[in-house]
Structure formats: structure tokens, C-alpha cells
Design a protein around this ligand. Structure first.
Ligand code: URA
Length: 426
């Protein structure tokens, strides 16, 4: 077996055997196969795709490149929840505690921000003292006590994915459905929870831009999950506009807490309730209608907020933020953008808003860049709103960056307006 034959086969759309796929993954992880050879194979996958069998073999080979966790120490049904990446996506901070409040254990490992998309770990690290790196025994102990814990992805889980993902980022080979599926599912299967609830984001702020591609990825992930013997459900949710009104880190934690305090409704609330209800139904907690009711009650009763509070406390964070969000880090600088005329908001380029937030310091341009926990954007509109001249559109925040010009221009240009003054005149 050799890598050149493997590259040529995929280049000609000839399916590989499981052994050939394992050979490629193990060879690349150990360093026997070079970056340029793996890049050539990844590009061939991007152009020709993989069969379901090949995708499953790739997922398993990546899962088996590192530890597969043993969740038998958790005192009940375990479920992992995963979103494929978006802008303003703080669903894990809400769905995890809500599901835990309804009796499902949610042990979760998350990543840092990726490109224009935010990362749950960066958001949690904005909480003073919060520890995102814990030994497995402590992580499991917290899950047993509160029902929910999130820590950062351990280095011993799926090292093959880590290496392949870095290469994909640098070689234009991220947006391939089988590669995204194998990357996500290998990590989920290595977590080894009883069930998987997958949230495939679709739209201008997501990796999947069309509904067709999002559904294809969702179906493929469900088939791979089934083949691995996991109860698995994938739903497609909208990422054509940011989820909620806040994009950043501390401000997204604030928005999640305010939702759990019962102060926020709207699209973010609806998506979180839908995800939680699906997860509960998958866990056998009742019909979908009953599970919707349970999810809503977990939030309105404050029980989900109590789970989050206890988890923050046990992970060393300042849990007083659950009562007083002003204790989260506050920005030094702000810049408000107002409407220059009467307008209707027709659409937003969500990826561009994510990039504007990244430029303010909420994300990383380079892998090792430090995050500004206070940076981000608060939107004062939703798509479809009519905004009067001089009314606020959004406010940009930062502590590390006092020059807002580049981010402000990018954020403003991300919005498609319809001029209502012109309409009124005609
Ligand atoms: N998230 C992942 O973990 N992997 C991908 O390929 C895309 C999103």
C-alpha cells in the first residue's frame, strides 16, 4: 500500500478500502505521510467526494487515532450537543444546562473560535477564574453533580483531526461535506456519549451556505452516527443572521444568562428550545410536544440557570455573574453606528459581521492571537426591521482596539438596506 496509489484512486473517484483509509490517516498522524501528499488527497476528496462507507472508515480511523472516553462513570444517560459553527452561537451555554435540568447528563468538549465563527471555550474563558482544562475525573465529577460541564478539547482526543484540520485550513479544503462530517463525528464518537444532538447551521454565517448542502451534511452525520451505534439526530437551523443580538465572548455569556433568567425571547430562545426538546425526545423523555414543554419549563423556572451557576462555580468561575451580568469583563471603548436615513434591513452577511467582531479582538487572525473577552458587536436590529434615520443600528466594543474604522466599515457593509426615503418619494 502507498499514498500515491491512494491519491490517484480518489482523484479518479475509485473508492478506497477501509485499510487504505486507515493507512492514510495513521501515516499522516505519525509523520510518515507528508503534508503535500495529504493535501493532494484532501483536495481529491473535495473535488470527488467519498462514499458513505469511505466517510465512515475515515471517521473511525480519526476517532481511533487517540483516546475514546469511557462514560460509564456518569450516573445516567449521556448526550453530547454539537453545532457546526456560526456567528453569535451561544446555544451550548443554554441547551446544555436546560437538558441537564431535565435529567440528561451533558458532558461536552468544545473548541476555540474558528475563522469568523465563535468558540464556546473563548466565551467561557471570559468568565473570571473559569477553568476550561480539567482532568477527566474532575470533569466527570462535575457532570455527575450538576448534569453539565464544558471543557476544551483534550489533545489526546482525535490527534489525527487536529493535524488534518490545520492542514485543511491552510489548503482550502475545509468546505467538503465528507471531510466536515468525519472531522466532527470522529470527535463526537471519541467522546462516546450515549446520544448525539447535532445542530447543522445553514446560511451566510455558516460553513454550509445552502439548505441542500446543510441537509446533506446533517443526513450524512446521522448515517455515520447510526453506523457507529449511536442514537443520533441532526437538525438544520438558520445562520443567515446572527443568533441573538450579541456577537463576541463576554457579551454572549451575558446574553445566554439573560435568556436563562427569562429576559430574552426571539430566535435564539426558539432555536435553544427546539434543540433541547429534540435532545430530550432522543433521550426518551417523552413525545416532542412534552419535551418542548419540559425545555420551556427548565428555562422559565430558573432551573437551567441554577445548573449553569453550579457548573461555573465548580469550574472555578465567578458564578455571581448569574445574578449580576455587569460583573463580566467590560470594554474600555465603544463605537455606535446609526442609520444615515430611514431604512429597512433586507439582509445581513453574517460571515462579515463575524469578521468585523474578530477584527475588534473577539476572534483570532492567527492561531495564537490572544482574545479580547470584552470585544464584540451588539445589534439593535433584526432582518426585516425598519429603522428611522439616526436610530442606532449597532454598537461595537473593544478594549484592545480604540480605532474602530476598519471593523465599523466592514460591519456596516455587511448590511443590505432598502432606502425607505426613496420609496416614500416615488
Ligand atoms: N468543525 C469541525 O470540527 N470540523 C470541521 O471540519 C468543520 C467544523
Amino acid at each position: 500500500m502507498n499514498i500515491i496509489d491512494i491519491i490517484n484512486k480518489t482523484k479518479r473517484a475509485v473508492p478506497l478500502s477501509d485499510e487504505e483509509i486507515t493507512y492514510a490517516v495513521n501515516g499522516y498522524t505519525s509523520g510518515d505521510i507528508s503534508d503535500y501528499q495529504m493535501s493532494a488527497w484532501l483536495m481529491a476528496v473535495c473535488l470527488n467526494g467519498l462514499t458513505d462507507r469511505e466517510t465512515f472508515a475515515l471517521t473511525k480511523a480519526m476517532r481511533d487515532s487517540g483516546d475514546v472516553l469511557d462514560m460509564s462513570c456518569i450516573n445516567g444517560i449521556t448526550a453530547d450537543k454539537h453545532s457546526t459553527g456560526g456567528v453569535g452561537d451561544k446555544t451550548s451555554l443554554i441547551v446544555g444546562p436546560a437538558a441537564a435540568a431535565c435529567g440528561v447528563y451533558v458532558p461536552k468538549m468544545s473548541g476555540k473560535g474558528l475563522g469568523h465563527t465563535g468558540g464556546t471555550i473563548d466565551k467561557l474563558e471570559s468568565i473570571s477564574g473559569f477553568r476550561t482544562e480539567l482532568p477527566f475525573t474532575e470533569f466527570a465529577d462535575i457532570v455527575n453533580k450538576t448534569g453539565f460541564s464544558i471543557i476544551s478539547q483534550s489533545d489526546t482526543l482525535c490527534p489525527a483531526d487536529k493535524k488534518i484540520y490545520a492542514l485543511r485550513s491552510a489548503t482550502g479544503t475545509v468546505d467538503s461535506i465528507p471531510l466536515i462530517c468525519a472531522s466532527i463525528m470522529s470527535k463526537k464518537l471519541a467522546m462516546n456519549t450515549d446520544m448525539l444532538m447535532l445542530d447543522v447551521k445553514c446560511g451566510s454565517g455558516a460553513f454550509m451556505k445552502t439548505n441542500l448542502d446543510a441537509r446533506r451534511l446533517a443526513d450524512l452525520m446521522e448515517r455515520v452516527g447510526d453506523a457507529a451505534g449511536k442514537k443520533c439526530r441532526a437538525i438544520v437551523t438558520d445562520m443567515d443572521s446572527p443568533l441573538g443580538s450579541c456577537i463576541g465572548n463576554a457579551i454572549e455569556v451575558k446574553e445566554a444568562i439573560e435568556l436563562l433568567q427569562g429576559k430574552e425571547k426571539g430566535k435564539l430562545y426558539d432555536v435553544c428550545i427546539e434543540l433541547t426538546a429534540n435532545l430530550l425526545e432522543l433521550a426518551g423523555k417523552g413525545t416532542f410536544g412534552e419535551c418542548m414543554h419540559m425545555a420551556e419549563e427548565a428555562v422559565s423556572s430558573g432551573r437551567a440557570l441554577e445548573v449553569l451557576r453550579k457548573t461555573i462555580e465548580l469550574q472555578g468561575g465567578d458564578c455571581r455573574i448569574c445574578d449580576d451580568v455587569s460583573l463580566l469583563p467590560q470594554p474600555r471603548f465603544s463605537h455606535e453606528i446609526r442609520a444615515s436615513r430611514d431604512v429597512e434591513i433586507v439582509a445581513v452577511n453574517t460571515e462579515e459581521l463575524g469578521m468585523a467582531s474578530l477584527l475588534l479582538g473577539a476572534g483570532r487572525l492567527k492561531k495564537d492571537d490572544a482574545i479580547d473577552p470584552t470585544a464584540g458587536i451588539v445589534l439593535d436590529f433584526e432582518v426585516g426591521d425598519k429603522i428611522s434615520m439616526d436610530a442606532p443600528l449597532m454598537t461595537l466594543y473593544s478594549t484592545n482596539c480604540s480605532d474602530f474604522s476598519e471593523a465599523a466599515l466592514r460591519a456596516y457593509n455587511a448590511i443590505t438596506f432598502r432606502d425607505l426615503t426613496a420609496t416614500a418619494l416615488t
